[in-house]
Ligand binder design. Structure first.
Ligand code: SF4
Length: 223
């Protein structure tokens, strides 16, 4: 990846983030505190896609920064990927809320919000073209694989995502944190299995690229 290519990707993402920051396609565009576009390496090999911003993310304008974000960082670190080496975003860029007696509670994004916001996610995928997309939680999985996707039965399997990108689905860290005792241990174990598949896929794709480069290299020096 050349410095020019990296800079071009940064500029493309900044342009899209600026448009998203002014977006009011959904009602939640008026209730959000901050638009949470996404962050990370524009040349990341791994893109993590969650559901949508929660309270802390809305407050700070950054994805996955609450307790669930800390767990995500630990999960990534367990497969030797520092958070800053991945690109992290959500299916929707504004916090979806329910007003319960003046107190806003998080809710899952509705289909119209996900459809409205999809062009921003598509643009992120188009620009970054990661090797692997890791969709966390049912809403993120359904946004790629359709409304019938059942996360407990269909996670942990490789799917073909946009542009043929390898797509893995696992549990959202917030879901893991809502479990307790044996249930939490069981869910963590399954998530770890999924993460190891992601780690192995990234290694496999990197090895494939090195092999191709090694074969192509002599040709570069042919007279
Ligand atoms: S959720 Fe997405 S489409 Fe809807 S207002 Fe926010 S940025 Fe715009």
């Amino acid at each position: 990846m050349t410095l020019q290519e990296r800079a071009a990707r940064e500029r493309a993402l900044e342009r899209s983030a600026t448009v998203a920051a002014a977006c009011r396609k959904c009602a939640i565009g008026y209730t959000r505190r901050n638009n949470v576009y996404g962050e990370g390496d524009p040349c990341a090999r791994l893109m993590v896609v969650g559901e949508g911003p929660g309270e802390t993310e809305d407050k700070l304008g950054r994805p996955f920064v609450g307790r669930a974000g800390q767990l995500l960082d630990q999960m990534l670190s367990a497969i030797a990927i520092p958070r800053e080496d991945a690109y992290i975003c959500n299916t929707i860029k504004c916090r979806a809320t329910l007003d319960e007696g003046g107190r806003l509670r998080n809710r899952a994004p509705d289909p119209q919000e996900m459809a409205n916001c999809r062009p921003y996610l598509d643009e992120q995928i188009d620009v970054i073209r990661p090797d692997v997309i890791l969709a966390l939680g049912a809403p993120a999985a359904k946004s790629f694989l359709g409304p019938a996707f059942a996360i407990t039965k269909q996670r942990g399997i490789w799917y073909v995502g946009p542009h043929g990108i390898a797509l893995m689905v696992s549990f959202h860290p917030a879901y893991i944190l809502r479990q307790s005792g044996n249930s939490m241990t069981g869910v963590k174990r399954l998530a770890w299995t999924d993460l190891k598949l992601v780690r192995d896929k990234l290694r496999e794709l990197a090895a494939g690229r090195s092999a191709v480069a090694a074969v192509e290299q002599p040709a570069l020096f042919e007279p």
